[in-house]
Design a protein around this ligand. Sequence first.
Ligand SMILES: [Zn+2]
Length: 262
Amino acid sequence: MRKPVDPSSLTAWTEGSISMWLRILRAVVCGHTAGHIDGPAAKRSLASSWPHCCSPWSPGINNQPQRVPVNQLGYNNSFATDHPKYELRFGKGGVDDAEDAEVIVHEYGHAIHFQSSPTFYGAGEESGAIGEGFGDYLAADVTNIFAPTPDPACVADWDSVSYTPGPVHCLRRLDEPKMYPGDLDGRVHDEGEIWSHALWNLRTALGHVHADTAILLTQIGQDNPTMPSLATDIVATVHDLYGAGAATAAEAAFEDRGIPAS
Ligand SMILES: [Zn+2]
């Protein structure tokens, strides 16, 4: 259920905080990974930095320390969890996952969902797909603000060199021609490319600050959303914050992927 957004209540902390938060996220995550530092150092740095980096969000989003075990999974995968405790875990093998900033930010996207709503991920498959798509979007969003690559829609360029044949290496992409609902196939990472493409469209239409503000605020308090339900709520938030013209552009961003948003 979307909470109506009063634009006059937001100016003190939303857009400015989003820009600040993304900058610090980039500095904390990408600054470390760019140097390929060892796992214990990454863990120590992330854990100690987060309480400071997220304080601008108060009363905000995911304003808490992040537990980040690095290189303790014996396989080449990573995940975020809130059970039995809240943490992001990064595996090793191929390219160790915590070497790739976009893998880290993807998992942090799941952490944002855990904090934004305890019932965000429900029994419905689409909420899982939205989670994967949002993580990919956030990863590309953050890195393309501060360290643009020649192929901005490519996610996890560095991690994927170890398991994709090339010459282009991407774990997933934000510009796949997938459509809702025809490309729902029961696999959340595949389906997430529908949602991430729609969010990328929104970012193109509104710019990253307005797009990220609307996306992040709308995710608060969601209960097992579907793509149409969350898209409709995001468009409503865009209308609240930025007016009818922006809402029309937002609706088109989702409907470009076949997602009804009104
Ligand atoms: Zn994921």
